[in-house]
Design a protein around this ligand. Structure first.
Ligand code: ZN
Ligand code: MN
Length: 482
């Protein structure tokens, strides 16, 4: 490829709080009647005074810590001035030079078990704006969203490939949900991306002289489409020997096609200055430490622990830790189990069979009828050759349907493996006797007898160990007493 992508991201995440950022209005506005969650503060009426939401600030600091950031112990809010109908006070309360978090980094997974560190520039707190609803003849305004707490994460321009961006977006969403900062439900607009993108000749080191910003990207799949579209658009301009205009571009639909909205403002166009109605926010080391302790084990820490302690491979560890709920289910299952091989097998059956059944029936983990320890019991029966692998699949499906205990189901349906050698021997005799042609074919093709294994397994309804059947048939045929 002649051109290399340079991308930085800004992500707005709606913090999970009961009330809004600077007033006591209910922050849960989704599907609420327009302008039903408003008050003088979030409507920006003259004289109304903001009171910061401590819980929201704590969420911002917790995310900063989870992203490996340093924390500004002395921090403050600033006014970002601009006029827009959905921002009636003509400024957004945000943070400028002293964000709560700065200089972090996040490790992302790339194909071929590669990892890359993405540097986090800053993590700051701000309020959301209202919403403009445009029709052909008029614009309506809904202020339910106005003043809802947002945590904004800004990265360095460290992404050079669309895969890296997508991997990061998924990782960030995963971390946010793990530590409970937000539900990050993109369909409800709880996580929105902004892309800063330019191209440089492959191999060039310095940043390009321009960058294009694309705002309000509401899903990871649209993010991917926008990057592809912008790559082609910018490349075409560069090929002509021109430089793409530094501007903000928007989206009309979900196709990824962008259009020019406005030439980009500089930071000083916003005339940032300290918010005079809110005193500085000061934290102590001890308070930050206490917040750090609320994080729990982060997904990448969990993943590494699974790999080190259980010998699970990277891909399986990644799937098992994809959500906190999944990881907790798995951990409950293997609690007290010491046999690593068993742990790996339980992990494989959990993500392979159980999660597949959940996906097929579109059900959630919270509705799962299989008890974690029952899955371990089943895998133990499988590993000790009490049942065959096809039977085990049948049992999992039954457990999934009704929550039945595996041992009960196996007994009721007669799925125990036939371990009695004389019983298998009897079937072998029968199959050999009824297939003289196959036995004769063995003179020319020593592998012809393999057919008989299938026949015998069928007679045994799959409830025997195929290796044992193989051995017995071969012994019978080579004994010469045909
Ligand atoms: Zn309010
Ligand atoms: Mn912002």
């Amino acid at each position: 490829m002649k051109y290399e992508i340079v991308i930085g991201l800004e992500i707005h995440i709606q913090a999970k709080t009961k009330s809004k950022m600077f007033c006591r209005c209910d922050a849960k506005y989704f599907n609420a009647a327009p302008n039903s969650h408003v008050c003088p503060v979030c409507l920006g009426l003259p004289g109304a005074l903001p009171v910061p939401n401590k819980k929201a600030i704590e969420q911002c600091i917790r995310l900063s810590l989870a992203l490996g950031c340093n924390i500004n112990m002395f921090s403050k809010f600033d006014r970002k001035n601009y006029f827009y109908p959905d921002l009636p006070k003509a400024y957004q309360i945000s943070q400028y030079d002293l964000p709560f978090g700065y200089e972090g980094n996040v490790s992302i997974d790339l194909p071929g078990s590669r990892e890359k560190q993405i540097r986090i520039t800053r993590v700051h707190m701000e309020e959301d704006t209202g919403k403009s609803i445009h029709s052909e003849t008029k614009t309506l305004l809904d202020f339910n969203k106005s003043g809802v707490p947002l945590v904004e994460v800004v990265t360095e321009p460290d992404f050079s490939d669309v895969k890296e961006v997508l991997s990061f977006a998924k990782r960030l969403k995963q971390i946010v949900k793990y530590i409970g900062v937000s539900d990050a439900d993109m369909e409800k607009g709880q996580m929105r991306f902004e892309l800063n993108m330019s191209l440089r000749k492959t191999g060039e080191m310095e940043l390009p002289k321009y960058k294009v910003e694309v705002k309000n990207i509401g899903s990871i799949s649209v993010l991917e489409k926008v990057i592809t579209y912008e790559y082609n658009r910018q490349q075409e301009i560069l090929e002509k020997g021109e430089v793409p205009v530094q501007e903000t571009r928007g989206l009309r639909d979900l196709s990824g096609v962008t259009y020019s909205q406005r030439v980009k403002e500089e930071a000083n166009d916003y005339r940032y200055f300290p918010e005079p109605d809110i005193p500085p926010i000061i934290y102590t080391e001890k308070e930050i430490q206490e917040l750090r302790e609320t994080l729990g084990e982060l997904p990448t820490e969990k993943k590494t622990r699974y790999m080190n302690d259980f010998g699970v491979d990277a891909a399986l560890a990644e799937t098992l830790t994809a959500t906190k709920a999944k990881a907790e289910w798995f951990e409950k299952a293997i609690e007290g189990v010491e046999d690593k091989e068993l742990i790996v097998a339980v992990g494989k059956w959990f993500v392979g069979e159980v999660v597949a059944l959940m996906k097929a029936s579109k059900s959630k983990l919270s509705q799962l009828k299989i008890q974690p320890t029952q899955l371990v019991t089943l895998i133990q029966l499988l590993k000790s050759s009490k049942i065959s692998a096809p039977s085990a699949k049948q049992v999992v499906a039954a457990m999934f349907e009704s929550g039945i205990d595996p041992e009960t189901y196996i007994q009721e349906n007669g799925l125990e493996m036939v371990n009695d050698e004389s019983a298998i021997q009897a079937i072998v005799e029968k199959v050999v006797a009824s297939n003289p042609k196959v036995v004769a074919d063995m003179q020319k093709n020593p592998n012809a007898y393999k057919f008989l294994i299938g026949q015998a397994m069928k007679e045994l309804q799959g409830k025997a160990n195929p290796q044992q059947v193989d051995k017995l048939i071969l012994a019978r045929l080579t004994s010469g007493s045909n």
